[in-house]
Structures are given as structure tokens and as C-alpha cells.
Design a protein around this ligand. Structure first.
Ligand code: ZN
Ligand code: ZN
Length: 372
């Protein structure tokens, strides 16, 4: 399944017609008249996709910036509950316990987060049913035959079932019940299909790659100052300040300010369940082998160069200009990807440390030294 989970509405924003769709006015379904701040509730203009108005609130005073910042902050928890709920529902619909169902099938995920123009996070996920893995076959088919539409229904059910109670930011705030938006989309992924609603594996990998590299920076840095995203960032900082004043560092929002550039989203932009595809360990081994091979090749080349001074001179690259171009990451998205990668590496290390038997410790340590 290719699944899209959206954020709910936090107020009306200017919108464009999707490319290829029937052109329609911006917010034609909104009620007529003016809001309490004297701004029109409805916009009948036609906006191009790259119109800087798109994604901006019709009335910034009506728009629930605090609600969006808090939702974004708890979005990773919504996703976590969704995965738990989906696994339970799949088992329940097969009239089995969750434990027993694991012998027949396993639900696997790979997901990416994407910012919309309004700065809200969307989650796109590939959801797959595998059988129970064995040494011979790490990715077997499930032992029960269920159609993709069945899994789609379970996804929609799980998405509408779950909610998260977000605690108040401070004494003047209330508890918010957070849910995914109503626009949940789940489509089968098929290699050959005549059905327009289905998507092909190539389309999905294209989407996921695009989303994985698209970040908050892309919607914020478009040449014109983006008032809406600026307001959202400032709201994150403000809520964090209020939370710290109220409860100090024990507040669940104590770190919200740190994630203001990510508009409050602290989750992994890309993640997968352990058995979705190749393991990080395998990738690491491949990387290690690549570096070892390259080092050997370079040692060999250096040897050749010192043998022949003329040849060596040819290998010297002269750099005659040094210029400071900046430090850190170009966009918050790049920083996010780096952070996700570092988190994944840390998880992998922790898992390996936990799995390692105490008596093997010394041996592995020796090997590590040898490699150096
Ligand atoms: Zn508009
Ligand atoms: Zn208003």
C-alpha cells in the first residue's frame, strides 16, 4: 500500500489547483462574509502553484498556529500509535491474537515526512505484509492471502481510530486531542494495473525519494519572506518559552524551541521498520569494504608516485583560492537528514552492543584495533 496521512485543518489557507485538475477558485467552499478581524473568509482567486500566496492563512489572527505547532510536536507519537493500532487490527480481523498472527504475516513500514505549503507535515508510507522471516527467506510472502484493498481498509480504520492527548503548554492552555486529518489516502502498489487508482513501484520510489529530500527549507526559502512559516516558527519558540516558565525542563515542550526551524516536527523524516529492507549493518559492511578497497588502491597509487618524481608532480593539485562559503547545513532539511542518519547509526550501535555476548567483547575489541 502507498499510504498518505495528513494533518488536520488549523484554519483556511490560500490554495492552488493541482496540476492537471479542473481549475477551481482558491477557497470557494468556505463561508462568505468577513471574520471577526474584518478579513474575508473566502478567496475566489485562481492561484498558480508557485504563487507566494499559496499556503498563507486567509486570516493570521484566526489561524490556529499554536494548534499546528503542538500537533507537529506530537506527530511522531501519532505515527507510533498508528503502527501499533494497524498491527492489532490486522490480527483482530484474522480473528487471531497479535502474537499468533506473527507466524502468518508481519506488517512492515517505510515512511517519509513532507511539508505542505502551510508548513504542516504529511506522512507518506509504504505498508507491506510479509510472512514470518526465516534464514532462507528474509522477505517471504504472507502465509494468508489478503487483497491489497483489505490492507487499505485496515489502514484507514487504524488512522481514524487513534488519537493523542497533548498536555497543556502552561496554566492558561488546555489539553488538545490530536488526530490525523480526514484526508487519508491508501492505494495498492501494483507492477501491472489498468486501474487508475493504483500506483506503480516506480512512482512510489520517485515520491519517497522526492519527499526524503524536500524539507522545511524548501517551502521557507523561495525568495520572498514567508509570513506564515515565520509565524509558525515564532509560535514554536513562544510555546517553548511559556512551557519553560511554567514547568521548567520537565515540561514535555521544553525542547520545542530547538525544533522551531523544523516547524515543531522532531520526528525522523525517513524511517522504516527493522525488516522492511536491507539492514543498516549490511549497508555498513558494504561501506567498510568500499573504503578498504579504496585505501588499498590509494596506497598502491602513492607507491607508484614516489617511485617516479615527475609522475608525482603531475598528481599535485594546486588550490590557489580559499573562500569561506559557510558552515553547518544548507537547509534545515539537510540538517534533519543528517540527524536522522546519526540517530539510525546510534540505534544500530546500541542494538549491536545489546546483542553482543559479554565473552565476545574482548575478541571484538581486539579485531577493532587490528582494523585500525
Ligand atoms: Zn486565495
Ligand atoms: Zn480573522
Amino acid at each position: 500500500m502507498f499510504l498518505t496521512l495528513t494533518a488536520p485543518s488549523f484554519g483556511a489557507v490560500h490554495s492552488s489547483t493541482r496540476p492537471g485538475a479542473q481549475p477551481r477558485p482558491c477557497t470557494v467552499n468556505a463561508p462568505p462574509g468577513l471574520c471577526e478581524h474584518g478579513r474575508p473568509r473566502r478567496c475566489t482567486e485562481h492561484h498558480d502553484v508557485d504563487d507566494s500566496q499559496v499556503g498563507q492563512a486567509l486570516c493570521p489572527d484566526c489561524y490556529d498556529y499554536e494548534g499546528q505547532a503542538v500537533w507537529q510536536w506530537h506527530c511522531p507519537e501519532l505515527w507510533r500509535r498508528f503502527t501499533i493500532r494497524l498491527r492489532r487490527l490486522v490480527a483482530a480481523h484474522l480473528s487471531m491474537s497479535e502474537k499468533a498472527s506473527r507466524d502468518l504475516l508481519r506488517v512492515q513500514f517505510a515512511k517519509v515526512g513532507e511539508y505542505q505549503k502551510r508548513g504542516a507535515i504529511h506522512l507518506h508510507a509504504l505498508v507491506r505484509l510479509d510472512g514470518a522471516p526465516s534464514d532462507d527467506d528474509p522477505f517471504p510472502s504472507p502465509a494468508v492471502d489478503v487483497p491489497a484493498s483489505w490492507l487499505a481498509e485496515r489502514c484507514l480504520e487504524a488512522a481514524s481510530d487513534i488519537e493523542v492527548d497533548a498536555p497543556p503548554v502552561d496554566g492558561s492552555d488546555g489539553t488538545r486531542v490530536l488526530r490525523f486529518g480526514r484526508q487519508v489516502d491508501a492505494r495498492p502498489v501494483r507492477r501491472h494495473s489498468d486501474d487508475d487508482g493504483d500506483v506503480s513501484p516506480e512512482m512510489v520510489s520517485g515520491y519517497l525519494a522526492k519527499y526524503a529530500t524536500k524539507a522545511a527549507g524548501d517551502v521557507a526559502v523561495d525568495g520572498t519572506p514567508n509570513r506564515h512559516l515565520k509565524q509558525l516558527r515564532e509560535t514554536c519558540l513562544e510555546l517553548c518559552g511559556r512551557a519553560l516558565l511554567h514547568e521548567g525542563f520537565s515540561s514535555p515542550y521544553a525542547l520545542l524551541g530547538k525544533w522551531a526551524d523544523a516547524l515543531g516536527f522532531r520526528g525522523h523524516f525517513a524511517s522504516k521498520s527493522r525488516r522492511f529492507s536491507t539492514t543498516l549493518g549490511t549497508l555498513r559492511d558494504a561501506r567498510r569494504k568500499y573504503h578498504r578497497d579504496r585505501e588499498q588502491l590509494e596506497t598502491h597509487t602513492d607507491q607508484a608516485s614516489t617511485d617516479d618524481p615527475l609522475d608525482a608532480a603531475e598528481h599535485i593539485v594546486v588550490l590557489n583560492e580559499f573562500r569561506f562559503v559557510g558552515q553547518g547545513w544548507l537547509t534545515p532539511g539537510d540538517a534533519e537528514l543528517a540527524r536522522s542518519a546519526a540517530d539510525a547509526a546510534r540505534e544500530w550501535k546500541d542494538a549491536r552492543r545489546a546483542a553482543r555476548q559479554p565473552h565476545e567483547k574482548g575478541k571484538n575489541h581486539g579485531q577493532a584495533l587490528l582494523h585500525r
